[in-house]
Design a protein. Sequence first.
Length: 78
Amino acid sequence: MVQVRLFGPAREAAGVAGCEFEGERVCEILHAATNLFGEGFAAVLASSKVWVNGEPADMDDLLEPSDELAILPPVSGG
C-alpha cells in the first residue's frame, strides 16, 4: 500500500496526518483520498503540490507499494 502523508491544511481537512491507499497511479490515490475525506479535503487538494518519494509528481505517475506520497498545501507566513 502507498503511504500518504498530509501536511498543514490537508491534515486538518482529513483529520489525520497520514494513511495508506492501494493504487497504481497518483491520480488513483488522490481519488481514493478525496472519496474518504470529502469536499473540504478536495478543496485543499486543488491548490496543493503532490510529491512522491521527495520528488514532484504528475497525476499519471506509476506507484510502487513502498512509495510515499505527500500532499503539500501552499504555505504562507512571514
